[in-house]
Design a protein around this ligand. Sequence first.
Ligand code: BES
Ligand code: ZN
Length: 457
Amino acid sequence: MQAVLDYLAQNQNRFLEELCAYVRFPSVSAQPQHRGDLLACAEWLVQHCQSIGLKARLCPTAGHPVVIASTPVVPGASAKRPRFLVYGHYDVQPPEPFELWTSPPFEPRLEGRSLFARGATDNKGQNLAHLKAVEAYLKTNTPLPCDITFVLEGEEEVGSKSLGDFLLANQAELACDAIVISDTGMPSKKHPALTYALRGIAAFEVTLHGPARDLHSGIFGGTVDNPAMALCQMLGKLRDKNGRVAIPGFYDQVKPLAAFERKQFARLPYKESDYKKLLGVKQLFGEKGYTPIEQRSARPTLEINGLTSGYQGEGSKTIVPSWARVKITTRLVPDQNPARIIKLVQQHLKKLCPPSIRMEITAGHGAEPYLVSPTSPHAQAALRALKSAFGCEPVIMREGGSIPIVNSFKKILGADALMLGLALPDDNAHSPNEKFDLDCFEKGQVMSAQLWQELSK
Ligand code: BES
Ligand code: ZN
């Protein structure tokens, strides 16, 4: 094991260069023009996995390819030898708005211990940390106590549309004891974390149609409904003054927070002034009766993600726009169900839409919320690995983000996810100037190296 740790310590410079090569691919899954970049990134991964001694292949899907890479078969190994999957994603969020980046999103820039680039923390740096840990075992001929298969997909940021079918088709090959995922966060470098719950998600788009074309607002305004105005009025009714989602039935399936959980949340490091500073706000806003940690990880929400209508260019243009569109996601907690929530939203918006407007609603991706035991033997093993690598007591927490595929792992492979996030709160995931901390990168590698020992005990 010492050889593994020494190998990691000695190769950090090269690992950094490799991370730079990885983040240079503009693998933006939401934008069709980047299809080729996703393929190139997946091909790079296959090559990289092969170069570190894994058996790797590119698997085409209906969408972007999946990369599968496995540790070599150990001759004569017992049938009981443990087997783990490491899940990660090589696709990234759109980098826009470009003008807010200090340096171009796909040209990595190192400043102190921070590597700035889109995808650095979410999720390339985090999955590369696991690859480097396994590389250290393979290159130092240190026997691994378990078999490991990497599943790296290119559609996580758009809802993992193809991966479910892929899991079904490759169920036997992917059978495992647990799935290790580093695609979440930790409160600080002194608080490494095991995440035991994620929120689910339901996405949809609403388009309101008014006049057949943009109209002169002086000549026709006053006689025709304005879809932008109608949309604002409808959206304004989706939240009440207590910060609750005002859609009938929305909270029906929500399980109340248990007292022990609220106690646990209250122990997590949190300072309101630091949090406000991080977010750039003077005042927080959230559902009454819950703390910010509860609001952002264990309570459901509805957010407008994008809102478009009319003229967006410089100066003014006097029109009544022909249409208005909003992109919305709701975050869900146990036991809410995305399909049911979409139905409730549709019914409610239909009621709110005035007869002078034609409404179109399209449902997008959805994922169920996820909750797993934080006290299982695997979870205990993970906590030991975190403690040993980071040198401090780990915390257990719930997270507000979603990783759509975790539920399919459970349903199709019957395996639970062990979520050991390496992202810091100020990593700017999904925002301009995303970064990854190189201490998290290195400690993440050490954590992964220890994890295989702890999990296989
Ligand atoms: N890494 C995130 C998920 C995450 C972040 C979980 C922080 C917990 C804490 C992942 O890449 C992500 O952004 N997922 C999307 C999924 C969606 C597009 C279906 C999300 O949560 O918005
Ligand atoms: Zn993400």
